[in-house]
Design a protein around this ligand. Structure first.
Ligand code: GAP
Length: 485
């Protein structure tokens, strides 16, 4: 694709060409705001989600005082009792101000009129054609509605969840009662969320169906600011560790007038995607106070407070002989309280898209004839690359394919790897470069003599010879060490 084609278009074209991302139901003309991940994309996004889960739930970071952090996972239903969304405020307030055009019937976000396009030709902003007839802005709820059961009436209305977070809050007590967690601790969830976005756009950035990776961290109110700062910095660093190393990544603290009424702090991890001149939100880290647990306590009538038994055991002796005072003390702070919540809320699709944009590179590399040519290479961090290594025989004879295939079969037990015998070796390298495969391993004539193979590095193009019996440990070292970068 010509270099003058805008960068985002070149990235979208590569995503289609190499099977990263397709338009949903494309053969029927697609549907706005919905996307499908192809064979490469699904591996990439799975690696993003697995990296998040491993770094949050399996092996969480060490806390600000050097203590191990405890986080457990859940997987809650997409459809919940609609009262959940009344309590959370989504039924009443989860809306964008919308403007409709009575002439062309199109609908626009009131705050994006200047950057929207009227469907009438020639392209203009809504309101700029003589025929345009815009309404006053009206609130439009972003939740998708459905009906549960056979009867479609007001009593059977339910919603597809617009965030995974509420599934965590409504299970707070279940988790407390069934696992041995103690405040401070977190509950994490990865899953689909749905928002009927008015203007889905910028590829997968603003979709109507997307995946979130959210963690609600429950802590003592007095320690909330410490934990807020800890998670804000930890989450920002997580993106750097996974390849967003350029100055296109930043952490932005919200100004006081951007905060929700219940919040005392919020920071966004932002990325400068090629489709915009402005930084855009990748993840929000919010200090949510005890708003959510308070709301769900009120609406469900269930006590969602936390009792700090360790603290009580330390102090119980003070109340010895005064059962009434002990009972009263146990019902109040500092022993019983609603924990404060710090919420790092990330998007798996936005993270995947940022990693794709950051990885996309065009450079010069020699072709099979030794001439320099432009290559497109996806410089993914090895930890998230869809394919970790590709095995090639240099030629399809002399037993080389069999050796390469045997190595491939051994390696695939541990990693997602590829085997390719088609075309000149240079073309095979190019295919793997576009998929972002960090290492290509070639079996050649030397292999027959001394058992060595070449391993080519995607980024430096350097080749080194390694004995075939050491290839797995060579890969382990590169791929495992990449995990703790
Ligand atoms: N529980 C808090 C919450 O949902 P949010 O900022 O609305 O906060 C968190 O969403 C993350 O979910 C965002 O930072 C973004 O990565 C992702 N996200 C939100 N809306 C999205 C959309 N329409 N398309 C893709 N990702 C989205």
């Amino acid at each position: 694709m010509a270099a003058e084609t805008p960068l985002m278009e070149r990235i979208v074209a590569l995503c289609k060409r190499r099977g990263f991302i397709f338009q949903s139901s494309e053969i029927y003309g697609g549907i706005g705001g919905f996307w499908d991940y192809g064979p490469m994309g699904v591996e990439l996004k799975r690696n993003v989600k697995e990296a998040w889960w491993r770094d949050m739930v399996i092996n969480p970071p060490i806390g600000p005082k050097g203590e191990p952090v405890e986080i457990v996972g859940i997987d809650s239903a997409l459809i919940m009792n609609p009262k959940v969304w009344e309590a959370s405020g989504h039924v009443g307030g989860f809306s964008d101000p919308m403007v409709d055009c009575r002439a062309c019937k199109a609908r626009f976000r009131a705050d994006q009129i200047d950057s929207s396009q009227c469907p009438m030709k020639p392209s203009k902003c809504p309101g700029q054609h003589d025929k345009c007839d815009l309404t006053e802005p009206r609130a439009f709820n972003l939740m998708f509605q459905t009906y549960v059961g056979a009867v479609q009436d007001a009593a059977s209305v339910a919603y597809l969840r617009p965030e995974t977070a509420q599934g965590i809050f409504v299970n707070f007590k279940n988790v407390l009662d069934t696992s041995r967690v103690k405040v401070p601790f977190g509950i994490a969830q990865i899953g689909k969320s749905f928002r009927n976005e008015i203007n889905p756009r910028n590829f997968t950035f603003r979709s109507r169906e997307f995946e979130q990776m959210e963690m609600e961290f429950f802590c003592e109110p007095d320690e909330a600011m410490m934990w807020y700062e800890f998670w804000r910095n930890t989450r920002h660093q997580w993106y750097v560790n996974h390849g967003l190393k350029s100055d296109k990544l930043r952490l932005r603290e919200h100004a006081a007038d951007e905060l929700s009424h219940y919040s005392t702090g919020c920071a966004d991890v932002e990325y400068l995607y090629p489709f915009s001149a402005d930084f855009q939100e990748l993840e929000g880290v919010a200090h949510r106070g005890c708003y959510d647990l308070t709301q769900h306590s009120k609406h469900s009538g269930k006590d969602l407070s936390y009792f700090d038994d360790d603290l009580w055991q330390q102090d119980a002796a003070k109340y010895k002989g005064d059962a009434d005072a002990a009972k009263k003390a146990k019902e109040n702070a500092p022993y019983r309280y609603l924990p404060t919540v710090i919420e790092p809320a990330a998007g798996a699709d936005r993270t995947t898209l940022a990693l794709i944009c950051e990885a996309y590179t065009e450079d010069q590399a020699p072709n099979d004839k030794g001439q320099m040519e432009t290559r497109t290479v996806m410089r993914f961090h090895p930890r998230i690359a869809p394919i970790k290594a590709a095995f090639f025989p240099l030629v399809n004879k002399e037993g080389l394919p069999e050796i390469a295939e045997k190595m491939f079969r051994d390696a695939r037990r541990r990693y997602h790897v590829a085997f390719d015998t088609k075309g000149a070796i240079g073309r095979r390298y190019r295919r793997q470069d576009e998929a972002g495969t960090p290492f290509c391993i070639t079996v050649d004539g030397e292999t027959l003599k001394d058992g060595s193979v070449t391993i080519r590095d995607r980024d430096t193009l350097q080749q080194e010879r390694v004995n075939q019996s050491h290839v797995m440990s060579w890969l382990d070292e590169r791929l495992m060490s990449a995990k703790s970068d």
